[in-house]
Design a protein around this ligand. Structure first.
Ligand code: CP
Length: 326
């Protein structure tokens, strides 16, 4: 990073990321994850100042390519880019030439021809960000690809857990709900196991992956179908949205029955008084979480959203390092 673009108070800790892209947390080491979280903490101080902007990415152009709907991820990436003084361009599939049949590869190569440095991609297809790295020179950041990974969500989840509980190592995190379709679950499993947390997944059989070893490297993830088994001894309950849009058919009888068996309700907060409740959003109130639980002080859902901006600033900064120096 050059003197002109560096902001001395926001230098990352020693070392850097080994990866050029953030395609998923699979393969990211504990050291890399801790570096991102520590850098995010430093950027969070910037966000608490009256002027929430640093010149760190001045001269860098980032394109946000969103082929799927998003509220939190899209806005927080854009805010993160603006807080870092990057030039940003937003692309959504609707209203673009994708509707005329243009492919992802052609779309990305045409945008790159306009001289861009980084691409943030959300896409319905698992593996789309990996594919993109073979089509463009720009740094690629995965903002959610199908049911595969959503790495920045898991990073902001880990930052939120660490804010409330300190060390992540040895913490018991239960991920509850539609694991089968969840990129959030996959990224959290990779990230949490890397930093030494214990992970339990819980849900009805049709919403768990058929090949559990895919979600449970070396059998390290505990599996249960009973909500109370998942909550007993857990530090965190991470409830996941039932992803109706990814289900070709109904995989459980009704949302009412789902809520009765797997929904977290006030009675659970009474029974497990130290339990912290998280949800990546958007929440189906009354399904994964009772509405009163969403608004409860032990639900840290909005803290997760706040942390999203700092985490994305950290990721953009750390991955742009080589380009800022060029
Ligand atoms: N958590 C999350 O990815 O939310 P959005 O779909 O609104 O971005």
């Amino acid at each position: 990073m050059t003197e002109s673009t560096a902001h001395s108070e926001n230098q990352p800790t020693e070392g850097g990321l080994k990866h050029r892209h953030l395609l998923g947390l699979e393969g990211y080491s504990a050291g890399e994850i801790h570096l991102i979280l520590e850098t995010a903490r430093q950027f969070r101080d910037v966000l608490d100042r009256p002027i929430r902007r640093v010149p760190t990415l001045r001269g860098i152009t980032v394109v946000n390519l969103f082929f799927e709907p998003s509220t939190r991820t899209r806005i927080s990436f854009e805010l993160a880019e603006k807080r870092l003084s990057a030039d940003t361009v937003n692309f959504t599939a609707s209203g673009s030439s994708v509707s005329k049949g243009e492919t992802l590869k052609d779309t990305a190569q045409n945008i790159e021809a306009m001289k861009i440095d980084m691409v943030v991609l959300r896409h319905v297809s698992a593996g789309a960000p990996h594919f993109l790295t073979r089509c463009v020179d720009a740094v690629v950041i995965n903002a959610g690809d199908g049911a595969h990974e959503h790495p920045t969500q898991a990073l902001l989840d880990m930052l939120t857990i660490s804010d409330h509980l300190g060390s992540l190592e040895g913490r018991n995190i239960s991920i509850i709900g539609d694991i089968l379709h969840s990129r959030v679950a996959r990224s959290n499993i990779h990230g949490l196991l890397a930093v030494g947390a214990n992970v339990t997944i819980c849900g009805p059989n049709p919403l768990l992956p058929r090949h559990l070893e895919e979600m449970s490297p070396n059998g390290r993830v505990r599996v249960t179908h009973r909500l109370d088994e998942a909550l007993e001894g857990a530090d965190v309950a991470m409830a996941l949205r039932i992803q109706m849009e990814r289900q070709g058919r109904n995989l459980f009888p009704s949302t009412r029955e789902y809520h009765e068996q797997y929904g977290i309700r006030l009675e659970h907060l009474d029974r497990y008084p130290d339990l912290l409740v998280m949800h990546p959003g958007p929440v189906n109130r009354g399904v994964e979480l009772a509405s009163e639980v969403v608004d409860h002080e032990r639900a840290v859902i909005l803290n997760q959203v706040t942390n999203g901006v700092a985490v994305r600033m950290a990721v953009l900064y750390l991955l742009s390092g080589s380009r800022v120096a060029e």
